[in-house]
Design a protein around this ligand. Sequence first.
Ligand code: ZN
Length: 413
Amino acid sequence: MYDHDHRRLGRELDLFDTDPLIGAGLPYWLPDGATVRHALEEYVRAAERRAGYRHVYSPVLGKRELYEISGHWSHYGDDMFPPMELGSEQVVLRPSLCPHHALIYRSRSRSHRELPLRMAELGGMYRSEPSGVLGGLTRVRAIQLNDAHIFCAPDQVADEAAGALEMIRRAYAALGLTRARYRLSLPGPGGKYVADPEMWRRSTALLTGVLDRSGLPYEAAEGEAAFYGPKIDVQVTDGAGRESTLSTVQVDFHQPERFDLRYVGADGARHRPVMVHRSIVGSVERAVAHLIEQHGGAFPAWLAPVQLAILPVSEAELPDAEALARRCGDLGLRAEVAGPERGSLGARVRQARLVPYQVVIGAREAASGDVALRLRDGRRLDPLPAADVLARVTALVGACGTGLWDDAVPVGA
Ligand SMILES: [Zn+2]
């Protein structure tokens, strides 16, 4: 195991764990891990709202017929859980969110004026991974997917795919992630893919155009496409050098056909929309695993389970420390008081080494209303009024950046 293995850190930092009685590939999230996950999910939802997506919820189960229509049953059946018998029906845990979203689209008549219609959901899906490959958060059987489907006219596909790539670029900047490469994932030989050469030619040409216009370097890879269409995959590597896909943008002519999706065009006639599938951070499990490994547990401040460790030098400053923690809470910041019962000041500073901000309150600070601030990277700042520190940290956290202090957005901006 290398240094930043997320399975080791996940246990050491109390982020997530597993229990044999729940089962392999079914991790649970402990409070600190759940806090990171919640911050990540809220970032994604806010970015999607700003980009014109509307969120929906849909159930994690569907009838077998749904997946026969979508094509999952015949092309993806090996990765699906066996169906459950319910009276005369069979229901399955869903292997993806697309079919539900296609039905939500189809539930109303749609006009060209509604397009591009951007539908997003952070929702559960399931994959019957063999037990031998399961581990930590990277290979799981229950997946929370950051997913969205853009239903659009064919001439809107390129802009929508480029917009999704831009959202991915911004998210990586906020999360402090580096992509290894862009991959244009194409079909390979074998019966895994929908047999429709003209459809593959059109959708591949569209994605190639998007990559070429954006000037992004990429490599094509055969045998990596979705069964219904090609993908732009954003690849990342873990500390052991293993590559995996985090984000993806896909073009799909297949499911609109299978679900007979339509919209009424400006000409009054009914037209077939295209589905762009896109995920900014992929599955929440894999994204958090990658964040743990990338940062060694020292998350960007806006993601950190505890953002400020408040350290009273002695028992006498405990009331000031607790009052400051309450002010943090009122501002939406996550603060924790580590009092002298937890050891010497030096020991408490070391315990809080992954916390972005360590706020020390001694007798002098308590009297003046100032605080002595230490940053996680080792910098120690001159005493500052507590209100200034909180305003700046609030602005930094709200901006979802990776800087701790100097590269902050100006306070009040
Ligand atoms: Zn999809």
